[in-house]
Design a protein around this ligand. Sequence first.
Ligand code: PMP
Length: 391
Amino acid sequence: MTNYQPVAYLDNAATTPMPDEVLTTVTNYYQFQKVNVHRGMYGLAHQVTSQYEAVREQVKNFIHATNSAEIVFTSGTTDSLNMVAAGYARQVLQPGDEIMVSLMEHHSNLVPWQQVAQQTGAQLKYLNVTVDGQIDIKQLRQQLTDHTKIVALTLVSNVLGTKLELAPVAELVHQHGGILVADAAQVAGHLPIDVQALGADFLAFSGHKMFGPTGIGVLYGRQSLLEQLRPVRFGGEMIQEVTQQDATWQPLPLRLEAGTPNIAGVLGLGAAVNYLQRLGFTAIQAHEQKLMRRLMAGLQSHFPIQIYGSQVAGDHHGAVSFNFKQIHAHDVATILDAANVAVRAGQMCAAPLMQALQTDSVVRASISAATTSAEVDRFLAALDQVEGLLL
Ligand code: PMP
């Protein structure tokens, strides 16, 4: 496992550590197997290509997609969402159409929609965030129209840690003829994902937040929709035939994976999926919930702080954000850093949410299956020093 010592690492929502089996898979590829995929006519190239494609199959099963053509390897959630915005939404949106997001979206699930709204004349609409960190389904019902072509929502908030119930949302969106895009960046390492049960039409996540390497991610798309997604990158591997003036594309998913892919990243992602499946999401949840109860009870009983969103530990999936009433978030993080405790402080790539919470920044502590109770205790002990500043 990535060794952060002497640091107590409570920034797992930014990125998680990598277990030994993921580290070994990545180094093995670079040390003994570094060939390209989908091209070589020799044994090792065939072997690595089948390992690469086996990960696609593994990811398909991991998120319950119907077939592996629906799994596109990307560089991460940001890349996946940009592909949907530039390759799909840009084609289908017309002036007067609507895109709906919530006020708690990460900039990755917001700025691409702003851009596509500006390019197509569609309107970007917002759903409020309730005090307990949910969207208001009544507001959604009122605001949805037959012009709402895309609803793009996070499945778990990277700031508030709350999980949105997207299945009923998908049902409503579909009744109006729209599609649901789910940002699952904060889910993949914590909770099982079932794209069928969710009713998600597109879903994005990153390997590095689920114990895999950086630079690898997944775009899931319902096959009929992925067929409509125009490639936004052109070049080797994605073409079928090239003439002087034109070209035709490979079938899915290769036509959306131009150029040499992140092969080590894909293999590492496969190892991360194995790791998660071996631990099991029931055990992961039990561990995280135990730590979150300890963390939130510590925060709530000792400190003059405000916790944003739900006050119930069970509602927090990995992350909790807070502020001391009289100390700026950056000062809190700096004091914690001096005690070798790593947390995040700032606007968390969620500026509209900060405005809604009436703050410019928050402190975020975030855990994963790899976090220990000793790390949580060191965090709480270091917060005592922050509180000391108030005396
Ligand atoms: N969405 C959410 C909810 C996130 O937490 C993050 C990462 N902080 C992203 C999108 C973007 O992920 P990446 O930087 O891996 O592309």
